[in-house]
Design a protein around this ligand. Structure first.
Ligand code: ADP
Ligand code: MG
Ligand code: MG
Ligand code: MG
Length: 418
């Protein structure tokens, strides 16, 4: 998939390359012999380097022409680096300060140079370690409300929306990963599937013949394939969030495309539920994680509640798009009718959120890519106990997504599942 001039960087070759980009060289300071490089990528797909110079530190993220997790038998287009850069720029415009600043993009090398976040830690690691992040719910609610609302037809003129859709519409290979790995493979025999075995063999087999579950998961897949609602991050799990006690940022939007808003909200909430249900495996005699589980549960409720309120607020104050033309609702009857419509809109988005959350939970246990929340639990029986609870709850969220009254009902189901 790479052009002729593409070459994967390594710690030895990167400084000479960076020396050729004056703006970047200036930030690092000194000359290339003064720069140290460390490859720190822990993701499934890409190379990530930290480059330190006398006056600055930068992140260099480069796409590889294949899936890093699997190897060169699974090719993957390099242009995902372009989509990641475009998404970071768009998100940075709508949610300033909530994503890393982009310094440079090189299409040939499929490489983006961005702000180094420090002392930020990947939130999934914090969730495993029992760390509370006071800014999490407010920041993610703001990030999702701003980026989803302001790339939707509620905010954008139709022609501008269509132009933005066109920018991302060829990110098809990354979408296909989601289409296959999230919505289809967990429900069939697939070469790359794996799970805690033999503990979960029975439920994995059960899901493969569960008609209502398979139909509901495919209904969510149809939404993912066909709904061009807003620019979604596309991979908004706790491993794509970096946090400190007073700052929270979103990284890694290479899966970005115009899709259903609930996919982002559901990914986030589904991963919080996985974190909650994995806590038994991280509990110790000194720290049984009771209070910490309660904290996670509050984040689920808060992130949804704050997101919903902020989204409606943006709609009422900045709803200047071609959908729901504001002029039509300026009188009392119009305002009341619009409020009813907004309520129905958020209800539909809530149901999408639950459906996508459930799909994401199931695929992290029966599919290719698992989560450290469970993988770091050494005892397979303890791990499988939590995973089974997540599978049962995930199924409920997908199949019964219209039956949850509100986010409190969701939280009650999480507590009940544990
Ligand atoms: P992938 O697409 O391969 O998952 P990520 O963008 O998630 O790559 O980055 C992998 C890891 O690199 C992250 O988990 C994080 O530890 C580190 N990282 C990525 N971007 C930054 C950044 N801007 N600042 C600091 N660390 C980062
Ligand atoms: Mg990542
Ligand atoms: Mg990843
Ligand atoms: Mg990624």
């Amino acid at each position: 998939t790479g052009g002729a001039d593409y070459r994967p960087m390594n710690e030895a070759s990167l400084p000479a390359y960076l020396a050729g980009i004056p703006e970047v060289a200036d930030r690092l300071g000194g000359t290339s012999v003064d720069w140290t490089v460390a490859e720190v990528g822990d993701g499934n797909l890409n190379l990530v380097f930290i480059v330190r110079g006398p006056t600055g530190v930068l992140i260099v993220k480069q796409a590889l022409p294949y899936v890093r997790l699997v190897g060169d038998s699974w090719p993957l287009p390099l242009d995902r680096s372009y989509y990641e850069t475009q998404a970071l720029l768009t998100q940075g415009r709508h949610a300033p300060g909530l994503v890393p600043v982009v310094h440079h993009f090189d299409a040939t090398m499929a490489l983006v140079i961005m702000e180094f976040l420090t002392p930020h830690v990947i939130m999934r690691k914090g969730l495993i370690g029992g760390v509370e992040y006071p800014r999490f719910a407010a920041t993610l609610a703001e990030f999702m409300a701003q980026t989803l609302f302001k790339t939707s037809d509620l905010y954008l003129p139709a022609a501008e929306k269509k132009a933005q859709v066109a920018v991302f519409c060829a990110n098809t290979e990354l979408c296909r990963i989601t289409e296959d790995l999230v919505f289809t493979d967990p429900y069939r025999i697939a070469k790359l599937n794996h799970w805690t075995t033999p503990q979960l063999d029975d439920i994995a087999a059960e899901f493969r013949v569960d008609g209502p579950l398979k139909a509901a998961a495919q209904a969510m897949k149809l939404k993912f394939l066909s709904q061009t609602e807003a620019l979604v991050h596309g991979d908004l799990h706790s491993g794509s969030i970096m946090a400190t006690a007073d700052d929270v940022r979103v990284i890694d939007p290479e899966f970005a495309f115009f899709g259903p808003m609930g996919f982002d909200v559901g990914a986030l909430i589904g991963n919080l539920i996985l974190a909650y249900l994995s806590q038994d495996g991280h509990a110790t005699a000194q720290d049984p994680r009771i209070a910490y589980r309660a904290w996670i549960l509050r984040q689920i409720a808060e992130v949804w509640t704050l997101f919903e309120a902020r989204f409606i607020e943006l709609w009422n104050t900045e709803g200047k798009g071609d959908a729901f033309v504001a002029e039509l609702f300026a009188d009392d009857a119009g305002r009341a009718a619009l409020a009813v419509e907004q309520k129905a809109y958020m209800r539909r988005l809530f149901e999408d959120t639950l459906g996508f959350a459930g799909c994401k939970m199931i695929r992290r246990i029966l599919g290719l890519a698992h989560v450290a929340d469970f993988e770091t639990i050494a005892d397979p029986d303890v791990r499988a106990r939590g995973e089974r609870k997540a599978l049962r709850l995930g199924r409920r969220l997908v199949v019964d997504r219209t039956r949850f009254a509100d986010v409190d009902a969701l939280c009650a189901a999480v507590v009940e599942a544990a």
